[in-house]
Design a protein around this ligand. Structure first.
Ligand SMILES: Nc1ncnc2c1ncn2[C@@H]1O[C@H](COP(=O)(O)OP(=O)(O)OP(=O)(O)O)[C@@H](O)[C@H]1O
Length: 310
C-alpha cells in the first residue's frame, strides 16, 4: 500500500476545515489505515510541505490536501516537478471548485472513501496550466486562472476581514458578491491583446479573461461549461464591451453556464495563451493572487496523477 500523507489547512473556511479533518481522521483510525498528517502554518507553507514529502525519497506516495482550492493549489505547486506523487482532495474550504470539477463528493467521509477506493488503481493523469510571469516566475493552476476584474475581486476578498465572519454564518460566498458590487462601479476596463496558439485577438473594453482547465470557478459558477481537465486544452472566456448593469446579468447567468450565449462573452480553446493589456491587470491562479499582466500560459497535458472520478 502506498504511504498516505495529508496536508491540512486548519484555517480553511475559517477553521471549519478542522472539523472536516476530525471526521476523516476517525474514519482512518476506524479502518486501521496508516497515515501521516501535516498542518499548514502560514500562507504558502503547503507548497513547502508537499515538496518535502515528494523529494524525501522516490517511492510512490499519495498526498491528500484537506482544505479549499487555495490549499490544493499550493500542494499541487509543491509536487508538480516530481513524478512519484498522486494527488487527492478532501473538500474543507469555502469554494471547493476542484471537487465540483473533478467529481469528488462534498461530504468528507464520502470523499475519503472514494480516495481510498481509487488509491491502489492507477490514478488518471490530468492536465494543469502553467503561468509564466514577466519576471519568469512560474505558477501552476488546476482549476483556472484569471486576469482583470475577477482577479481584483478575488484580491480584495483574500484580504478582507468580512470573509471570516461571513464564513462563520456559512455565507462565505456573499463576500464575493459584496466586493463585486463595490468594485463594479469604479472598475476601468482595458484593451486586451490576446494570443491563442498564435492567433491574435484584440479585445476592447475587457472586464476579464479567464483560462479554465475544468468548468467551475468562484465557488460554483460554471464559467467554462465545456472545459474537460484531461483533453490537452484550456478553455478561454472573455467578457468585454458591455455595460456595468449587463455585467451583473452575465454574472447571474454564469451559475447556470448560460453566459456563453451573450454576444459580449467570447469563448476560445487552445494550448498556449499570451495575455497583454493596456493597463497592468490583477492576476489570480485558483483564486490565489499571483501578480499582474503580462503573462504566458501553457497547458501541461496529462501531467498530474489525480484521485478523481472524472
Ligand atoms: N495556518 C495558516 N494560517 C493562515 N493562512 C493559511 C494557513 N494555512 C494556509 N493558509 C492560506 O489560507 C488560504 C485559503 O485557503 P483555502 O483556499 O484552502 O481555504 P478557503 O477557506 O476555502 O478559502 P477560499 O475561499 O479562498 O477557497 C490560502 O491562501 C492558504 O495559503
Amino acid at each position: 500500500m502506498k504511504q498516505i500523507y495529508f496536508i491540512i489547512n486548519p484555517k480553511a473556511r475559517n477553521g471549519y476545515c478542522l472539523n472536516v479533518w476530525k471526521k476523516v481522521e476517525s474514519k482512518l483510525i476506524d479502518d486501521n489505515i496508516p497515515y501521516l498528517a501535516f498542518f499548514s502554518e502560514y500562507h504558502g507553507h503547503a507548497i513547502k510541505l508537499a515538496a518535502q514529502i515528494a523529494k524525501s525519497n522516490n517511492e510512490q506516495k499519495v498526498i491528500i490536501a484537506v482544505g479549499g482550492d487555495g490549499t490544493i493549489n499550493e500542494v499541487m505547486n509543491g509536487i508538480v516537478k516530481y513524478n512519484n506523487i498522486t494527488l487527492g482532495f478532501v473538500p474543507g474550504g469555502s469554494g471547493n471548485d476542484f471537487s465540483r470539477g473533478f467529481h469528488i463528493p462534498t461530504n468528507p467521509e464520502e470523499a475519503i472513501e472514494v480516495i481510498l477506493r481509487h488509491m491502489e488503481i492507477d490514478a488518471p493523469l490530468m492536465d494543469i496550466g502553467k503561468v509564466t510571469m514577466k519576471d519568469d516566475s512560474e505558477h501552476y493552476f488546476i482549476n483556472n486562472m484569471g486576469a482583470g476584474f475577477d482577479a481584483l475581486v478575488s484580491y480584495e476578498v483574500n484580504r478582507s476581514k468580512m470573509k471570516a465572519w461571513l464564513n462563520k454564518l456559512s455565507l462565505g460566498r456573499l463576500v464575493y458578491v459584496y466586493f463585486l458590487l463595490k468594485k463594479l462601479f469604479s472598475y476601468k476596463c482595458s484593451t486586451i491583446d490576446l494570443s491563442i496558439d498564435g492567433s491574435r485577438h484584440i479585445l476592447e473594453q475587457t472586464w476579464f479573461v479567464t483560462v479554465s482547465n475544468q468548468p467551475f470557478y468562484g465557488g460554483g459558477m460554471k464559467i467554462a461549461p465545456e472545459a474537460v481537465p484531461d483533453d490537452g486544452l484550456l478553455d478561454i472566456t472573455i467578457v468585454h464591451n458591455l455595460s456595468r448593469l449587463k455585467l451583473l446579468l452575465v454574472f447571474i447567468s454564469v451559475f447556470w453556464g448560460k453566459h456563453v450565449h451573450f454576444k459580449e462573452v467570447k469563448s476560445f480553446r487552445g494550448k498556449m495563451v499570451t495575455i497583454q493589456s493596456s493597463d497592468s491587470l490583477f492576476v489570480h491562479a485558483d483564486g490565489e493572487d499571483i501578480g499582474f499582466t503580462p503573462l504566458n500560459i501553457n497547458v501541461q497535458t496529462k501531467t498530474l496523477k489525480v484521485l478523481t472520478r472524472v
